[in-house]
Design a protein around this ligand. Structure first.
Ligand SMILES: Nc1ncnc2c1ncn2[C@@H]1O[C@H](COP(=O)(O)OP(=O)(O)OP(=O)(O)O)[C@@H](O)[C@H]1O
Length: 313
């Protein structure tokens, strides 16, 4: 497939007896953002290390534009940027000098290096902090500088390993703005997270991994379509609902499940618009809702549905 940028096939990686990555395959199309989602210890960082060519797999292949990615394939690695979880900055060197150092590692020099440093500082919103040392930065600003460093060589693919962990809300928004700009410019992104809402906001494709295995590899829309309930209605009633009426509620068309007791009930719905019919049905039977709220199903629910566990267990 010509529009495939990164082709990941059957990766396996063990640490001693522990299989951290167990037959992982997926691909990233040009300009696509793939969210790699899984709980702590799922194997995301190990997978990302292999994708970035800093860690070799025990088995399997990674191809970038048909070329092998690996620790001994430096040419391919030049088209990939990695923002690791552990920050790799010199705390006592001004931000701009950190960037110059990283740029030199990519073979950038003189005017080209200066132009790229200016461009990436602008991109991450740190132009006015260029002369300051990272030791004076917040965790979020350090992370943004790290992203800038990974973009100096204009990679076709940027891989970010949980870039918002320990980041203040202002920097978090700045990171999302930077990533949106990169998306518009056609840079492909692989973004690992255990926050569903971040992946939901950014990704046009989601790979869910757990225990080193791929559980789902689909668009967010396809993942939602798997869910038996796409929305939920929470309702507080003026008086407790009888068992008989609760049973009737569960039988209504479009109702995927009913949970609760007394005056508080959660109704899972195939479609959010059915909430009105449910409320009408209750009123027709003399049940007065004193408060109600509807919520769309989230990717978090997909994970729960796939594994029987919450993402943040
Ligand atoms: N260098 C290592 N030596 C031994 N075991 C490791 C090493 N790196 C990772 N592991 C183990 O491999 C498994 C996968 O870890 P990995 O860091 O890839 O997961 P993760 O999804 O990125 O989790 P986290 O979000 O906590 O970083 C875990 O069980 C972890 O303990």
């Amino acid at each position: 497939m010509r529009d495939v940028l990164l082709d990941v096939r059957n990766l396996v990686k063990s640490y001693g007896k522990r299989r951290a990555v167990d037959d992982v395959s997926f691909h990233v199309r040009r300009g696509q953002t793939v969210g790699l989602l899984g709980p702590n210890g799922a194997g995301k960082s190990t997978t990302v290390g292999i994708l970035a060519g800093i860690l070799d797999a025990d088995a399997g292949t990674v191809l970038l534009d048909g070329e092998t990615v690996g620790t001994r394939h430096h040419d391919t690695r030049r088209h990939i940027g990695l923002v690791p979880q552990d920050l790799a900055l010199y705390d006592d060197l001004p931000a701009i000098d950190n960037l110059k150092l990283f740029g030199a590692l990519y073979g950038l020099k003189n005017a080209a290096l200066a132009a790229r440093c200016a461009a990436v500082l602008e991109l991450v919103g740190l132009v006015d902090r260029a002369r300051d040392r990272p030791s004076t930065f917040s965790g979020g600003m350090k992370r943004r500088l790290n992203i800038a460093a990974a973009l100096l060589h204009e990679p076709a693919l940027l891989i970010l390993d949980e870039p918002t962990v320990g980041v203040d809300p202002q920097s978090r928004n700045a990171i999302f703005d930077t990533l949106a700009t990169l998306q518009r410019a056609g840079t492909a992104l692989v973004y690992t997270s255990h926050y569903m809402e971040e992946v939901e906001r950014l990704a046009d494709h989601v790979v869910i991994i757990d225990h080193g295995r791929v559980l789902a590899d689909e668009s967010p829309a396809a993942l939602y379509a798997r869910l038996p309930a796409r929305a939920a209605l929470h309702v507080d009633l003026a008086a407790p609902l009888s068992g008989e009426l609760a049973g009737g509620l569960a039988q209504l068309p479009g109702v995927a499940g009913v949970q609760g007791g007394g005056t508080e009930w959660d109704v899972r719905l195939q479609d959010g618009a059915q909430a009105v019919a449910v409320l009408d049905w209750l009123r027709d039977r003399g049940q007065v809702p004193v408060h109600f709220a509807t919520a769309r199903a989230r990717l978090e629910d997909v994970f729960l549905d796939l594994t029987g566990r919450s993402l943040r267990d």
